[in-house]
Design a binder for this molecule. Structure first.
Ligand code: ZN
Length: 159
């Protein structure tokens, strides 16, 4: 179940994804919230420079490992416009972060990209649970998922 706080944070993630697209990157945005719901870090996709690992969820995991105690990592929640890829899910699991809430799922994205004729990614779109089975996961968020879909359509169709 998604709370009002969850939906507020997801709204921000979708806005960050739109910001990424405007900047020439891929439309993904994420943020880390502490146990009280306060935003600790925001980031967005930054792959346009040529480093395909510049995903916001990966940046969040590395930031958390440096700046938060193990207890605070577990108590934190990562919100994201699109479900973590296997690389980011693994990083999330390795550093011991807590709940993940996504606006759209990896399966949704894979379907949308296939519909758009985009060739398969070099990494399989596994659900977070397949990579980091101990992590509680919620999503997608009806309505916001359609906004994410529209961003990916803009990326691959132009306009
Ligand atoms: Zn990723």
């Amino acid at each position: 179940m998604l709370s009002d706080t969850d939906l507020t944070h997801l709204r921000r993630c979708v806005d960050l994804a739109a910001e990424a697209l405007e900047a020439g990157d891929e439309p993904f945005g994420s943020l880390l919230a502490g146990p009280d719901g306060a935003v600790l870090l925001e980031d967005r996709n930054r792959v346009a420079g040529g480093d395909a690992t510049r995903h916001p969820e990966f940046a969040i995991a590395r930031w958390a490992a440096t700046h938060l105690s193990p207890e605070d990592r577990t108590a934190g929640t990562v919100y994201t416009s699109g479900e973590h890829c296997p690389m980011c899910a693994a990083a999330h699991g390795w550093v011991g972060l807590g709940r993940i809430v996504y606006a759209s799922s990896a399966a949704q994205l894979a379907g949308w990209l296939a519909d758009l004729g985009v060739p398969p990614a070099p990494v399989r779109p596994l659900p977070v649970g397949e990579v980091a089975p101990g992590v509680p996961v919620d999503g997608p968020a009806p309505g916001l998922d359609e906004e994410v879909r529209a961003l990916h359509e803009r990326l691959h169709r132009g306009g």
